[in-house]
Each structure stands twice: as structure tokens, then as C-alpha cells.
Design a binder for this molecule. Structure first.
Ligand SMILES: Nc1ncnc2c1ncn2[C@@H]1O[C@H](COP(=O)(O)OP(=O)(O)O)[C@@H](O)[C@H]1O
Ligand SMILES: [Mg+2]
Length: 279
């Protein structure tokens, strides 16, 4: 390949931080995501909104290389999530839907492990950990075991951990779920602060005020992206809708979705339990 062609093909020049093209994932007969196409600009805050079982986590996991797409393609900072998975991983930070801290360890120890895993040089580790604790307003409890933390403290710790290695793109899967209003507010202030730093954020949420605070929202239902745009644009598109929630309910209906969510949870939990018995 000529140098010019190489330069032209160089992926990191993409204008988008995230791009999904007809992205899909099947689990046997279950279509978890289908033909999902959208892009997120650098520095943009983008929310994926959808009922339980809509496919939000599946899309997020494909974008973060944790799940392989069964159709379509996606890139993060210009790197293909399948072909260049390693490069994609180096660009991103992630807060998982379920808490992913070692509760037996202190906050500081949890961050230490992450610093080692992400190759933060030894000399920079202690200051990086301290900075992360301070950023999360946890400096005073850094030596305490995470088990004793409130939900909000755990979430702030996970968020500060996710940005510790300086990622360009942050993925937050229902970051504020289960928090009391104070905890949610405190965490949200930290998330909002990232906007000032130019961070690109893709988050999933059930809370309309959080989605409304994002630059753009993608509404996903039964694996498909059914709407995308700035919150105000989406409201304007749906006659009679005064709020994003009105538009959301018009698009996704009012039926309960607990079953879709629990079918998979049952399989996962059964698998986990099975694993324990066979040990
Ligand atoms: N590993 C899996 N195996 C089988 N089905 C799955 C798996 N992961 C997700 N699903 C199914 O895919 C659909 C979307 O799930 P998910 O992406 O977790 O939705 P959401 O995050 O919007 O609640 C659901 O029907 C779920 O049961
Ligand atoms: Mg989910």
C-alpha cells in the first residue's frame, strides 16, 4: 500500500468517536439487537434509552468488544471493534450495569488493581489512585473496605476507576440505577464534570432527566433503534408529547417488560449456580 493510501485508510481520523452500522446480535433464536446504526461525535453525551430487555447492554457490550456482533460492524475512535479490539479497549473506560468491585478490598486497593491492569507506570500509580479517590470525593475513606460503602459511593468509585487510565470514550451502563436521589445527584455531578473535559459518553439510563440532559438520545426497543435525535427534536416529532417520557411511551408502548429481562437473568443465574455446584 502506498503511503497516501495508508494515510487515507488510517482509522483514527474518523470524525466520530463511536459508529455502529447495522449492528446486530443473536443468541440462538433471540434477536438481542438488530440493524442498529448510529454515531456519536467526539465530546458528545449520548444516551441509549429503552425498556428492560431492549438490547441496550448488548449494544454496549458489542461496542466495548465484550460481545461479538453476529451482523454489521462498529468502531470506536476509528478502530473496528472486531478487527482492532485491542486498540478499542485502550480507548475506553466502562462502568458495568452490575457492580464490579471487589468488596473485600479497600477502595484504594480496587483502584490499585486497575492501575496495574491498565499499565499505569509504577511511579505514577499512587498519585493516580489518590487523584481518583479525591475526584470521587472518597479520599477520606480510601482505606475502608468497599463492602461498607453506600451504593452511591461504590458507583463513584467505579466511575473514577473507569477514567483513571485517561480513556477518550466512556461507556456507562445504567450508572445511577438503584441510587437514592442524593446519591444519583452526586454521581451525576461527576458525570457532568466530564463534559467540561471533552469526554465522549455513551450511557444507558431509565431516568428521563438524565436522558434529557444528554446532547442526543437513541430510543431502542426490541433490539431496534426506533428513534434518535436531540431530546427536544424527539418530543417535537411526536404530536401530543410534552416530555421525552411521553415520546418514549408512545414509541415503546405501555406494556410491562419484566418478562424479557427476567428470561435472560434466569438463564444467567442458573448458569452461575450450576458453576458453583460443579466446583
Ligand atoms: N448472553 C445472553 N444469552 C441469551 N440471551 C441474552 C443474552 N444477553 C442478552 N440476551 C437477551 O437479549 C435481549 C436484550 O438484552 P439486554 O441487552 O441485556 O437488554 P437491556 O440491557 O436493554 O435490558 C433480552 O431478551 C435478553 O434476554
Ligand atoms: Mg442492560
Amino acid at each position: 500500500m502506498s503511503l497516501a493510501a495508508e494515510t487515507a485508510a488510517k482509522p483514527a481520523t474518523s470524525a466520530h468517536a463511536i459508529e455502529a452500522v447495522s449492528l446486530g446480535r443473536r443468541y440462538g433464536d433471540v434477536v438481542a439487537a438488530e440493524s442498529v446504526s448510529f454515531s456519536v461525535a467526539k465530546g458528545e453525551f449520548f444516551a441509549l434509552l429503552g425498556p428492560n430487555g431492549a438490547g441496550k447492554t448488548t449494544v454496549m457490550h458489542m461496542l466495548t468488544t465484550l460481545v461479538q456482533p453476529t451482523s454489521g460492524s462498529a468502531s470506536v475512535m476509528g478502530h473496528d471493534v472486531v478487527r482492532d479490539a485491542e486498540k478499542v479497549r485502550r480507548q475506553l473506560g466502562m462502568v458495568f450495569q452490575d457492580p464490579a468491585l471487589d468488596e473485600r478490598l479497600t477502595a484504594k486497593e480496587n483502584l490499585d488493581i486497575h492501575a496495574v491492569l491498565y499499565g499505569i507506570p509504577r511511579a505514577q500509580r499512587a498519585p493516580a489512585v489518590q487523584q481518583a479517590l479525591t475526584w470521587a470525593s472518597l479520599a477520606e475513606v480510601g482505606q475502608r473496605r468497599v463492602r461498607a460503602f453506600s451504593g452511591g459511593m461504590k458507583r463513584r468509585l467505579e466511575l473514577s476507576r473507569a477514567i483513571m487510565h485517561g480513556p477518550r470514550v466512556l461507556f456507562l451502563d445504567e450508572p445511577t440505577i438503584g441510587l437514592d436521589p442524593q446519591g444519583r445527584r452526586h454521581l451525576w455531578e461527576r458525570i457532568a464534570a466530564l463534559r467540561e473535559d471533552g469526554m465522549t459518553v455513551l450511557m444507558t439510563t431509565h431516568y428521563m432527566p438524565e436522558a434529557e440532559a444528554c446532547d442526543r438520545v437513541g430510543i431502542i426497543d426490541k433490539g431496534k433503534l426506533v428513534e434518535i435525535g436531540a431530546p427536544r427534536e424527539i418530543i417535537a416529532k411526536h404530536p401530543g408529547a410534552k416530555t421525552l417520557e411521553d415520546a418514549f411511551l408512545k414509541l415503546t408502548g405501555r406494556a410491562f417488560r419484566d418478562e424479557e429481562a427476567t428470561a435472560h437473568e434466569l438463564v444467567v443465574n442458573f448458569g452461575k449456580r450450576g458453576g458453583e455446584h460443579t466446583r
